[in-house]
Ligand binder design. Structure first.
Ligand SMILES: NC(=O)c1ccc[n+]([C@@H]2O[C@H](COP(=O)([O-])OP(=O)(O)OC[C@H]3O[C@@H](n4cnc5c(N)ncnc54)[C@H](OP(=O)(O)O)[C@@H]3O)[C@@H](O)[C@H]2O)c1
Length: 266
């Protein structure tokens, strides 16, 4: 009986596992890094700014977790290659990879986007995630398997007149996860997305900082509040951990109910 319960006690246990989280110096990525560390993983904190990463790694260590900072701009191939190589040197082949770093540099009608903005969004959000998958998934498979989690967005599930190119990039990531899930499922690597709604981070500050904006936004959320980074971190932990062992190719929506809302909520 005790043995049976022990199996369930390990559903969210990542003791001894190695986790890499891109864009983890703040916001959702930071919360994900902290949640994975709290579950026992040795975590690599990464973003473009070394000092910001080191501060997060240090605070995880101070709280009793294990973390190392390795800076990397995911849109630079050489830096991404060096990041993965350094993770392997410091902790070994990762068991969990979270592709979280993303940008949005165009707001407005889809047909107004210029080539530079389109390329930057697709390059950072899609090509870099594919490249990260190419650099990590084969070695994860060789090393006994793992979980690759992409932070997408509910923007990729609906039409939008304001953040169209970003939404295209997020929809592409959901398809990327489905494709990779098929290719790697039998080799032990699961690939999933989480799709957050509006989360109170720097990324979306313009949409929630102002009181009137915030009140307007909250009306669309049946749970009655916007998201916090830790709301998303729990979903990523679920997909990364043994609890998610039979889930692959999926997009888990984490949005306070906004995508299923209509009528008084829209
Ligand atoms: N906030 C929302 O409402 C929301 C909703 C849906 C989905 N998302 C998604 O959630 C993810 C995280 O967003 P967030 O809201 O947590 O944003 P955030 O608070 O602005 O944090 C972004 C993180 O990514 C890093 N970063 C940015 N560009 C990078 C690059 N080229 N290479 C490496 N790191 C980079 C930033 O650090 P440095 O500046 O040091 O590089 C920072 O650590 C993104 O994929 C975003 O699309 C957010």
């Amino acid at each position: 009986m005790t043995d049976d319960l022990d199996r369930y006690r390990r559903l969210f246990d990542l003791t001894g596992k190695v986790a890499l989280v891109t864009g983890s110096s703040r916001g959702i990525g930071r919360a994900v890094a902290e949640a994975l560390a709290a579950a026992g993983a040795r975590v690599v904190v990464s973003s473009r700014k070394p000092a910001a990463c080191e501060a997060v790694a240090e605070s995880i260590r101070a709280a009793g977790g294990e973390a190392t900072a390795i800076a990397c701009n995911v849109s630079r191939d050489d830096e991404l290659r060096a990041l993965v190589a350094d993770v392997e040197v410091v902790y070994g082949v990762p068991d969990v990879v979270v592709a979280n770093a993303a940008v949005n540099v165009h707001f407005g009608p889809m047909l107004d986007v210029d080539d530079a903005a389109y390329t930057k969004i697709m390059d950072t959000n899609v090509r870099a995630t594919l490249h990260l998958a190419q650099l990590t998934i084969p070695s994860m498979a060789e090393h006994g398997g793992g979980s690759f989690v992409v932070v997408a967005s509910i923007a990729g599930l609906k039409g939008t007149a304001r953040i169209g190119t970003y939404a295209v990039s997020k929809a592409a990531l959901m398809q990327l996860a489905r494709n990779l899930a098929l290719e790697w499922g039998r080799k032990g690597v699961r690939v999933n997305c989480v799709a957050p709604g509006l989360v109170r981070t720097d990324f979306a500050r313009a949409l929630w900082e102002d009181e009137a904006q915030h009140a307007r936004a909250v009306r669309a959320y049946p749970i009655g509040r916007l998201g916090e980074p830790e709301d998303v971190a729990g979903a990523v932990l679920f997909l990364a951990a043994p609890a998610g062992a039979w889930i692959t190719g999926q997009t888990l929506v984490v949005d306070g109910g906004t995508t299923i809302a209509s009528g008084e909520y829209s």
